[in-house]
Design a protein around this ligand. Structure first.
Ligand SMILES: Nc1ncnc2c1ncn2[C@@H]1O[C@H](COP(=O)(O)OP(=O)(O)OP(=O)(O)O)[C@@H](O)[C@H]1O
Ligand SMILES: [Mg+2]
Length: 231
């Protein structure tokens, strides 16, 4: 089977992929809406026994995963117009940290946040930036799972008149994967655990902000993903 190398896609092919993602996310959402309503209806039905309720709970979890996949496809398609406003980046980081901390706690990974004082405001879509940060943190958490020290740090600082956010972990990207991690649908996770969209979406969102996402990594040692935003 021929492998499609997404890195070498032309802008036209990329556009077609984005349009396809937009349509897919729309269709998935429509189908999901009906099923979710049916499942919720059954849950409040008096005649449902405990066993069925448990099954319904599991079904709901699966459905929520699909909702998440559809949302990611939509983000990737960039159909959604972003709403930009002046914001304190530390607030965005705090909100991302509180969103991901249940998973960090469940996995026994410690998450440290270091906030610089007196940072200038940046013009961002808070929702989109929070999504980027949550994805970077989630990748970092998964990267240290097999390590002895399970430590992730996120920090904010000012550099060359840019507001920077750095996510640091002690995992490390495999050398053979380094060139591919920003490709849409590139994932090394087991099937059902990753869509390979986190970094592709993050890159798109940073471009929409006129900002950058960069990384440096050393296999086995650790990685640093850095976002920069102009003030
Ligand atoms: N901090 C990291 N350390 C090591 N490898 C990483 C890190 N971040 C990303 N990767 C590698 O890059 C791949 C792509 O990451 P990306 O976030 O785009 O997708 P994913 O995490 O696999 O799935 P998704 O984010 O859609 O759930 C990952 O599968 C992993 O192999
Ligand atoms: Mg990811």
């Amino acid at each position: 089977m021929a492998e499609v190398n997404l890195r070498d896609m032309t802008p036209e092919q990329m556009k077609a992929l984005r349009e396809f993602s937009a349509k897919l996310s729309h269709d998935i959402n429509n189908a999901l809406m009906g099923v979710m309503l049916l499942a919720q209806g059954l849950k409040v039905d008096q005649g449902v026994n405990d066993g069925t309720l448990r099954v319904l709970g599991q079904m709901e979890k699966g459905l929520m995963r699909l909702v998440d996949i559809a949302a990611r496809l939509k983000m990737f398609s960039r159909k959604e117009e972003l709403f930009f406003e002046n914001a304190d980046i530390n607030e965005a980081v705090k909100s991302a940290v509180s969103r991901v901390s249940p998973e960090f706690e469940a996995d026994g990974v410690s998450l440290t946040a270091e906030y610089a004082d007196g940072l200038p405001e940046v013009r961002i879509s808070k929702i989109a930036v929070r999504q980027v940060l949550a994805d970077l943190l989630s990748n970092a958490r998964q990267a240290v799972l097999e390590k002895e020290t399970r430590q992730v740090t996120i920090s904010t600082y000012l550099e060359d008149n840019k507001v920077m956010i750095k996510v640091k972990d002690s995992g490390g990207v495999k050398r053979e994967h380094m060139k591919r991690i920003f490709e849409p649908f590139f994932t090394t996770r087991p099937s059902g655990k990753g869509l390979g969209m986190g970094l592709a979406i993050a890159k798109g969102i940073m471009e929409q902000h006129g900002g950058k996402i960069e990384f440096s990594s050393e296999e086995q040692k650790g990685s640093e993903f850095t976002l920069s935003l102009s003030v």
